[in-house]
Ligand binder design. Structure first.
Ligand SMILES: *[C@@H]1O[C@H](CO)[C@@H](O)[C@H](O)[C@H]1NC(C)=O
Ligand SMILES: *[C@@H]1O[C@H](CO)[C@@H](O)[C@H](O)[C@H]1NC(C)=O
Ligand SMILES: *[C@@H]1O[C@H](CO)[C@@H](O)[C@H](O)[C@H]1NC(C)=O
Ligand SMILES: *[C@@H]1O[C@H](CO)[C@@H](O)[C@H](O)[C@H]1NC(C)=O
Ligand SMILES: *[C@@H]1O[C@H](CO)[C@@H](O)[C@H](O)[C@H]1NC(C)=O
Length: 437
């Protein structure tokens, strides 16, 4: 029995110590739905709204092990869901916190949440709703094409802070393992399927605090700062014989003999195109020897910045909730784990998600193939039914129709013109069928 085989493991967890810091391994919460409908006693349905969607326990359409792979599945389309479970309050201060779970969007999710929320002990589970104050929200959030975020939202000093670094979640139909690690040295790591997708300092990737550095408000770019990469060569001179007039006076033109300057004004000969015209002269372009590079605004320490050692310090973490909206339902949540031991979480991931993923994927592919075949068969049957219906209407089979058409083409007299329009109708009907094919 599964619950029996889990027992030694649970004992091991509570007695094991962490090698590095000599800290005890803590497993604050673990739920793998191994005891039939026992979960209904551990999880509480919110009554804040009367029409929340129902969760059901199932391994879904494809899995590795029908019993072991059971998880909580959203079962009704276009519904809000609000279910939560309570555990002994704990704090992550001076401790690593690992939040881990798996989710499978086997319905082919179009729009919906796939995340978990961690709440303080003060949460009234029967009244949990989307506005209930939480500490951490973590997991996939999908709506529409390309909009598949992996949310990591932290509560800090009365405000929620979203991750500035955009993270993508997986949207295919397989089970994926999501892991969030928050360390006492204020760094974090996010893993999908036990592989690191990002890591960094909490302070850098969420705007908990004002930036550490700002542009010096007193610094100005010097007026003579030379940012020109290239300049005209000052040494380059226009050659003496450079012809830059497009037209010149015709040297062959002569002032008419009877030109009277007093009456006619100064005589100007006609212009002709200059055969030696070379265009406007421009000095050559050279690299600027005085180039100083782009001016960079110097930064100073931000006087408003104060390091805050309490970022992501939570007390009395005590409830894990599934507070979601789903358009197309069918997501299955499983393998919830809250611990202070990164390596242990990875190991649990290997033994749950890692164990099922390959077989599940093969099943999924097979399942999809079968679905496709079924669909093709259904279309074919529908088409045959439609054809039978059409033949009923016209009371003819294919050959009769063809004969009729040939007849009308051969004898285009008044009588067959009438028939012609009738067979035109039939022809159209046949084209319709072809389109469907
Ligand atoms: C966390 O560690 C700091 C420094 O070692 C210590 O001063 C503080 O009391 C500890 N806090 C908790 C809640 O253990
Ligand atoms: C924070 O702790 C982790 C794990 O103990 C370590 O790998 C990492 O180097 C530390 N980072 C900083 C900035 O101290
Ligand atoms: C995060 O994004 C907000 C809004 O785009 C921006 O104002 C803020 O400076 C960013 N914070 C960090 C730490 O990058
Ligand atoms: C945690 O919960 C206990 C019991 O309700 C309470 O006494 C304590 O003040 C809480 N701690 C914090 C930091 O909220
Ligand atoms: C988890 O599995 C991966 C891949 O097989 C392996 O590299 C890793 O060491 C395992 N981790 C643990 C903690 O067992």
């Amino acid at each position: 029995m599964k619950s029996l085989s889990l027992l030694p493991l649970l004992l091991l967890l509570t007695t094991c110590t962490l090698r590095a810091q000599g800290k005890r391994r803590q497993v604050y919460f673990r739920e793998e739905f191994e005891d039939g409908d026992g979960w209904t006693k551990r999880w509480v349905q919110s009554k804040h709204q009367s029409d929340y969607g129902k969760f059901q326990l199932t391994a879904g359409k494809f899995y590795q092990d029908k019993e072991r792979d059971k998880g909580l599945q959203t079962s009704e389309d276009a519904k809000f869901y609000a279910l939560s479970t309570r555990f002994k309050p704990f704090s992550n201060v001076n401790e690593t916190l690992v939040v881990q779970f798996s989710v499978k969007h086997e319905q082919g999710i179009d729009c919906g949440g796939g995340y978990v929320k961690l709440f303080p002990a003060t949460l009234n589970q029967e009244d949990m709703h989307s506005e209930s104050q939480y500490y951490i929200m973590f997991g996939p959030d999908i709506c529409g094409f390309g909009n598949n975020r992996l949310q990591v939202i932290f509560y800090h000093h009365g405000k929620y802070h979203e991750n500035n670094k955009t993270l993508k979640c997986r949207i295919n139909k397989d089970t994926h393992l999501y892991t969030l690690i928050i360390r006492p040295n204020a760094t974090y790591e996010v893993k999908i399927d036990n592989e690191k997708v990002t890591t960094g300092a909490l302070e850098d990737d969420w705007d908990f605090l004002p930036p550490r550095k700002i542009k010096d408000p007193y610094a100005r770019k010097p007026r003579k700062w030379d940012e020109r990469l290239q300049i005209e060569d000052p040494e380059d001179k226009k050659p003496e014989d450079w012809q830059d007039s497009e037209f010149i006076p015709d040297p062959e033109a002569k002032k008419p003999d009877d030109w009277n300057e007093e009456i006619d004004g100064v005589w100007e000969g006609p212009l002709i195109p200059n055969a030696k015209y070379k265009g406007e002269w421009k000095p050559r372009i050279i690299d600027n020897p005085n180039y100083q590079g782009e001016w960079i605004h110097p930064e100073i320490d931000n006087p408003k910045y104060r390091p805050d050692p309490t970022i992501c310090h939570y007390y009395n973490i005590s409830v894990l909730g599934l507070d979601l909206w789903q358009v197309k339902s069918g997501s299955i949540f499983d393998n919830f784990l809250l611990t202070n031991d990164e390596e242990f979480a990875e190991e649990v991931g290997n033994k749950t998600w890692g164990l099922r993923k390959d077989v599940e994927q093969q099943w999924r592919e097979l399942y999809e193939e079968m679905e496709k075949k079924k669909e093709a068969e259904e279309t074919k049957m529908k088409r045959e039914k439609e054809r039978a219906r059409q033949e009923d209407i016209w009371g003819l089979d294919e050959e009769d129709e063809e004969d009729n058409e040939e007849d009308s083409e051969e004898e285009p007299d008044e009588k067959s013109k009438l028939e012609d329009s009738a067979s035109l109708g039939k022809k159209e009907a046949r084209f319709d069928q072809k389109d469907e094919l």
